[in-house]
Design a binder for this molecule. Sequence first.
Ligand SMILES: [Zn+2]
Length: 186
Amino acid sequence: MKKIISIIILVITFISFGILNVKALDYNNQIKFNYRYSREINNSCYWISSSASGFTNSINNAAYDWAHWSNPLVLTPVSSSYATHMDFYGKPSSYWYPYNGVLGETTHYTSSGSYIYPDNGNWFYADIYLNNDSVYNYQGTAAHEMGHALGLAHWNSNPYSIMAQSSTRIVQVVQSIDNQHLNEKY
Ligand SMILES: [Zn+2]
């Protein structure tokens, strides 16, 4: 009698929701993060590093784009990063290696400077990195990253939201529904 031994190879695919995906800006399609700024946003400010100076107009326009809606947000540019809500930095494409095509990245921090995932707790400030090597629409990208800083996640099923990722988004300015989500948080 011949015995046939079958060898079953299990291929287990690990799906990570950890740091790597945050790095790749692959936030879950959850529309809003679970948490928000630990302080109010009615007197908030942002600082632009010299590395991101080329984005100054786009960032200023994006800040106005968010703040001109009916909401509590007051967002003022300042010349020092001290106690700011958002700090902008420019990075080369190589910063995101091996990921290609990253336009921007937002990272949230507590008041002590510790990284905090925005579904795990409130944050005190956010750093926003913009890709210096991209020629994509940067007002739209800046507004999208500001949305992350303010507590909005991705909403790829709605291409008319500024929080849809660039591959699916067909608008470059904040929409009424985005402002509604901001108002639901603050
Ligand atoms: Zn994003």
